[in-house]
Design a protein around this ligand. Sequence first.
Ligand code: AMP
Ligand code: MG
Length: 417
Amino acid sequence: MSKELGQSLRSYEEVRDEILEHIENLPKERVSLRAAQGRVLRQSVVCMDTIPPFDASAMDGYAIRAQDIEAASDDNPIVLKVSTTIPAGDSRELEIAEGQAARIMTGAPVPQGADLVVPHELTRFTDTEVIFNQSLPQGKNIRPRGGDMRPGLVVLQEGYILGGPQVAVAATVGETKLEVSRRPRVAILSPGKELVEPDCEPGQGQIRNSNAYCLAAFVTQAGGIADVRGIIDDTPEALREEIRLSIEQGADLLLSTGGVSAGDFDHVHRVITQDGNPGNVYKTDMRPGKPQAFGLLQNVPFMGMPGNPAAAIVSFIHFVRPMLRKMLGVAPFVPPPFSVRFTEDYTYKGGRVFMLRGLVEPAKIEDGGGFIFTGAGDQDSGFLASMALANAVIRLPADQSVAQAGQSFPAWWIHDS
Ligand code: AMP
Ligand code: MG
């Protein structure tokens, strides 16, 4: 075990849980079905209707009485008279008598008296007659009235993320407005004298601001509204002014990258500890992503994330994504990991929990299924290219330095909500 663990590093999970205690659910708002896609439901939806509202045909075919063809076989074809054709949407109150068949379309109401729909491919027919060579059980190919939903059934529950099927259910029961969590407005601050915007040619000693755009993408995917505030000079005054403006303009969460270490120009940790209530700087046990800072500034949560691009991404995955999920009311707010298996030994730097960025792929079922690690690029916390090739962050233990073939470890998708 490395020396570092003996020092005052704290478990990142413990730090995360401590920070998350300060995060609250955002208020709700009512939106239309079209706007509800991807939002988090904050009400339950109860069906007030009977769905389907009538016995409906599940096939194009013939609605008949099952009894009438009970004796049908190749040797004993049974002929019924076609009394009518029933399209979907037909509003007539129809009935069929013994010995009759109604030509019927999928979704059309099954006429009174009929208790079976025989698909037309199982019949031979003319305009006036239909011939059956086999029997079928009662009720076949009929969707019974109320078979899907009945009055009083809770069809959607608080906390659901609204995708196509959930919106469809709401539409079916006639709920055209839904209460969802307000989207968190997330101000993204980029302190750093060395930074220029991506459309600029960096001068001597300068680099382009990439973190802000990375975070904006992550925030948007998690359901937030990203407010990229631009580059801030490396002074406490400039930082305080930008924080003040962001809060004034309605930020629910403030994020910054860089300036959380102990360097001469690392003002984020100073501002958070001086102005925050509470306001803390943490040295966590993960690599990359050791330094993290968190505070409430005028009651608005502020996460001071590390500046190195890979560390900022790891910080987003483990701290900020859970915060956004908690604000939105997604359960569980800490996304559970999935398991990744190594098929070859992989050597890494031990001593701290290693957040390996790598490419993970589904294993073939015949190879045991699940997900396997297939490779990783450069793990320098300041390097980005390998981060763009990776799809997961895998947690390797501090007390090992080789992930051995056959071992499995927890992992999180980089691209997730
Ligand atoms: P710092 O903690 O401020 O010393 O930053 C650590 C590293 O992250 C330095 O190499 C910074 O240049 C880099 N960095 C800080 N902010 C950004 C940013 N917005 N985009 C890309 N790199 C950054
Ligand atoms: Mg800096």
